[in-house]
Design a protein around this ligand. Structure first.
Ligand SMILES: [Zn+2]
Length: 195
């Protein structure tokens, strides 16, 4: 079982959604504190190095008994749990990672804590800035070749929905498509020339 888990073929980290095969197995309940759960399969899942370093031996505190989403038991993560707020001016927008509106209060609180304790919002920031520059370049090329921008971005979104709706690329394209002001900007505004 452990061998199978180590040989998994997951293409993203289930804790943060970053692309790349996570190469460590994390103990949801740290083995130093809960040694009796150290080989319990549901206590183990793949995690990327950045998440594992940030998680360390943290579990929760008096106010939040549980900091982290459990990828097997917290089934609400099958849906997208975050969106990227992209605010004008769209030549140089402000980005912030927000919790999806449809989540129940307790689940939203857990997602917020999970993101903060794993410092996911800081790692997202660079990715989204680069992805946004790429979006402007691609949009420019689509306009030059007469492609329908919303439709083409929708095919990018669908393509990024595998393996998870919480994969960073999917969060990005879904959030772009939900932002009517941004779509309007992409379709009609003069796009910055130096990207
Ligand atoms: Zn991760």
């Amino acid at each position: 079982m452990l061998q199978d888990m180590r040989q998994h073929e997951l293409p993203i980290c289930p804790a943060c959604g970053e692309l790349g095969r996570p190469n460590t197995l994390d103990h949801y309940l740290p083995k130093d504190v809960y040694p009796h759960f150290c080989v319990t399969p549901v206590n183990l899942f793949p995690m990327c190095d950045a998440c594992q370093l940030a998680k360390g031996t943290k579990v929760g505190d008096a106010r939040f008994p549980r900091f982290f989403i459990h990828p097997y038991f917290d089934v609400f993560v099958a849906e997208r749990v975050v969106y990227l707020k992209i605010e004008a001016p769209f030549e140089a927008p402000a980005f912030s990672l927000e919790i999806a509106d449809h989540l129940e209060q307790a689940d939203a609180g857990l997602v917020r804590k999970h993101i903060r304790e794993l410092a996911i919002h800081l790692r997202y920031a660079t990715y989204f800035r680069n992805q946004y520059r790429r979006l402007l370049r691609l949009t420019s090329a689509m306009r030059n070749s007469g492609q329908d921008i919303r439709q083409t971005l929708e095919t990018f979104r669908v393509g990024a929905a595998e393996p998870s709706l919480n994969a960073w690329e999917h969060v990005f394209y879904a959030s772009v498509l939900e932002n009517d002001d941004l779509i309007d900007y992409l379709c009609t505004a003069q796009l910055p020339s130096l990207l």
